[in-house]
Design a protein around this ligand. Sequence first.
Ligand code: GLU
Length: 504
Amino acid sequence: MPPEFEGIRVRMAPSPTGPLHVGTARTSLYNHLLARHTGGTYVLRIEDTDRARSTVEHERDIIDNLHWLGITWDEGPQVAGGDDIGPFGPYRQSQRAELYAAEVQRLLDAGSAYRCYCTPEELEAVHLEQEHRHEPPRYSGRCRDLTDVARAELEAAGRRAAIRFRVPAEVVRFSDLVRGEVEFDNALLGDFVIVRADGAPLYNFVVVVDDAAMHISHVIRGEDHLSNTPKQIAVLRALGYREPVFGHIPLILNPDRSKMSKRKSQTSITAYREQGYLPEAMVNFLAFLGWSPGTEEEVFTLPELADRFEIEHVHKAGAVFDLARLDYLNGVYIRSLTDEQLALRLRPFLPAALEDRTVLAMAPLVKERLVRLGDVTGLVGFLFESDATVATWYEAAELHPKGRGAQDAEQALNRLQAAIEPLPDADWAADLLETRAREVAAEMAWKPGDLFKPLRVAITGRTVSPPLFGSMELLGRDRCMARIDDALRKLEAEPVSASPATDR
Ligand code: GLU
């Protein structure tokens, strides 16, 4: 770390041009972990210079989801009408125009930047020529050294000027925390625009001004920004700023190793949240997209990650987004919850009318099977849907025990009904129901599994379900009896040709 900086100061600079992206969440997490690991300071800055594409809704989505993940910052913009937090605000670029104007003027005065009057059509014509000659596209330098007279003429003709940075033709080297020594020949760049003709200052300029003004010591961001870094180093040198340490973390890839994109993968954190991924699992998963502790351990809480995370151990190679791993971790975290905790997490995914104690009673039934909280309705929908609805979920043939037909299904259901109906209310409990059902299986000399199948389908509407007898306890005698009656009616109505059915 350059000695001039007081402690480590890192930042996260999301653009509110879309909802919080998985890649941005991972970058935020790494910055958070670096700050917490080193006792440094973490700054959130909203990069909303692109006025046309930035929205308040996206900013809210970003901030809300960072909160949800538990990624906290020490300095950042005011939210919900409060004040900016920290001494270097405002923390939204849209509110920092004066500073940018002053710094542009310094560049113009020093001759490090100049006004460029080229029209989009003129620039396009040059690009086409370059393409034709198989040259890389770059600014021709046409307005680089205009005389005062020529400039006055262009202005008199009503031309509006963009401002271009005069890139020194030199090789820029920096030591990247992740990628090691990096070298770029800035002579290949061409002068780039830092303020558009409409007055809007652009990313490669404002990011440098803000990182310096906010005393950022370490710039940790995605590898997609690697090619911006030599431009930014050139600008910061021209402005006389200190150079931060850079670290570019690997791209996140689709399973086919292409860059993760909206087209191929779900990229917004909100979408994962809505499906019922736990923030603990998401954070754990994101941390491993490009980093590992160097051991076999794979389950880490946020504080444990902060304890172990070393930016130098971030990998260079792209990190594949493996949904199966996220599912696995989500299951691990779901199973680590108490029934009460799980019930609270399930609440938003279930009908509001469902009583709290019913949700609590469901929790242990689904805990072992849930991959995502949102799957709960599929698993336990039979508990709150009407008997009539559940009866529409299956065909009569699905009631047939393995290798047997409709008559056997009917017999099984009748025997089971007769065995459990007389149970006193106090005994309408999973273990007693199971004992009775197993007794019936023994009397009929059937395998218990064969006998339970028609019962499971009658009660839950599905051939795969949460524990059957626990579900029956929760459903209560009357509804169980009604559902067995529905199933028997379905069997009676079944065309004879449908049996014996093949097992499904
Ligand atoms: N606003 C940029 C982005 O969202 C930040 C890049 C940076 O960290 O410098 O990609």
